[in-house]
Design a protein around this ligand. Sequence first.
Ligand code: CS2
Length: 491
Amino acid sequence: MSAPRRLTSLADVSGAASRPAYDPARHGHGIVHLGIGAFHRAHQAAYTDAALAAGGGDWRIIGASLRSVEPADALNPQNGLYTLIERDASGVRARVIGSIACAIAASRAPDDLMASLVDPRTRIVTMTVTEKAYGVDRAAMTVDIHHPAVAADLRNPTHPSGVLGLLAEALRRRRAVQVKPFTVLCCDNLPDNGAFVRHGVVDFARRCDPALGEWIADKVSFPSCMVDRITPASTEATREDALRLTNCVDQAPVETEPFTQWVIDDRFPGGRPAWEAGGALFVDDVRPYEAMKLRMLNGAHSMLAYAGFLSGRRYVRDTVGPAGFRPLIERHIKAAASTLPRLPGIDLAAYAPQLLSRFANPAIAHETYQIAMDGTEKLPQRILAPALETLEKGLDVRPFAFAVAAWMRYCVGRLDDGSPFALRDPREGEIGRLLLGAVAPSDVVDALHALPNFFPERLRTNLVWRHTVNSCLGLMMGEGMQAALAAEAQT
Ligand code: CS2
């Protein structure tokens, strides 16, 4: 038998994988996506694939990665095709996705990226660049001039490399040649993500040219959306499944869970793909859906990531299994749910057990260490905001204090046996300096509460809160994380 060929055309695909129900080559591009990693390929690109099949249109995606070159090097030789693997206890399914037209490595070809952003055919710019990439100061809702990409782009705005700079410069060039602006759709896990990016881009543009800032504020639509699909990093097993199910060698496969959700504000003046064909829900106000997902799913994820990683549990599924600490995860989800308003069409009582069974998916190897990354960018919206609301309602704040204590224990940078690990947080240096000389749990709690621009003031200064975090961290540092989990489950 001859060696399998590289995936380059749908005609090469044989085997169980499903294929696009349209001819990709007959559809032009309409979207530029910044941050073409695994999550985008498992989520928005899959919805766009369904939309192309159902509604047609020139809506294929030019994907760009701002730093790495791997996605472009893997996808371009495959003409943008890749295999999406869905796994759970019932088995493995594969689908070849045709919605990506090509990929650009921005660090290698910045002019190609700018040209595609300015191209009148581009009507939507979507992005998944992670929370830390934006450089928006959340308290002030202005740009953070100390953020490396923002600082570099403010110095050289016509050759930007960061998200805000790229959007502002592309919009400036479109305005100069009288091309209508694109719609900007942020797909990162941030509350009110449309308004968040809008503030950043408008403020960035104003600092370069006040009139451009006004034009963007007036003319550009920044809908918000909530995205959800648990997508671990691809591994050799992902590539093996792709080969088995397509009979092609795929260097860009992605694996994910069957569950998927996308809730979007329907504000696309330049049109949009028929994403509802893939199951997207269009609503007037995304914020309550975002709060539900950020607080219940992502909040529980962060808690179990720190507690799980520090107690030797490598994967999320190990934290909810028989040898895990499921009751504490249930407690966290329940506490998060109690901060949320009623949601039309969503039954929070059903959403919670569904989350637990998603976390327990035995076929998904989602590393706790992966989720633990970038805690200073994630905790404010996931844990600190609901903690403050809980405290102010006079409810029990312990679940949130336990999660924050687990993060603080992680910030110490050593496992219970003393072995060091990297925090992988943009504020790692600052955290290290604050913790110099902090030995007792109360020193650690005080030091980390002094991290600027992190804890809401009313939480930071609340004695009940501080006392509860101290008590949780005392147990973790005194007895070890595993013993602390066992003791906490008895409370
Ligand atoms: C996770 C998310 O890494 C993390 O911080 O909480 O990536 C999570 O898996 C997704 O938001 C699920 O939609």
